[in-house]
Ligand binder design. Structure first.
Ligand SMILES: [Zn+2]
Length: 124
């Protein structure tokens, strides 16, 4: 029993690696349901891979993909810019921000004015 399981593991590894099976191993695969199942799975997997590889790649496929990716990047950056400008518009159009900006401007103006006044006073 143990010996048979070891043989199954060896054979299934060979199947997985795509190694050529010996006549004895092929005989075992035909008779052993476990190895048979594995062999079937890898056979269908192989044919799947072959189909994928055989599928003809259209001309300029790589260029088209790159162009699509590049276009996607451009669209994304445009969207990002759009979002930024919309966000900026919302911030600048936001009334409290206008008051705050005006407040900062007035504050800076007052600071400038007081500095001028102070410099005048200290000079005088
Ligand atoms: Zn087996």
């Amino acid at each position: 029993m143990q010996h048979s399981e070891d043989l199954c593991v060896l054979i299934q590894e060979s199947i997985a690696w795509g190694r050529q099976l010996s006549d004895d191993a092929q005989e075992h695969v035909v008779q052993c349901s476990n190895c048979n199942e594995i062999a079937l799975q890898f056979t269908s997997l192989d044919s799947l891979v072959e189909e994928a590889v055989d599928t003809s790649v259209p001309a300029n496929f790589a260029n088209k993909v790159m162009a699509t990716i590049k276009g996607f990047d451009e669209v994304e950056s445009l969207e990002a810019k759009g979002r930024v400008s919309i966000l900026a518009g919302r911030i600048y159009g936001f009334r409290p921000f206008q008051y705050a900006a005006a407040g900062v401007a007035i504050f800076l103006g007052v600071v400038n004015l007081s500095q001028v006044l102070l410099s005048l006073l200290s000079a005088g």
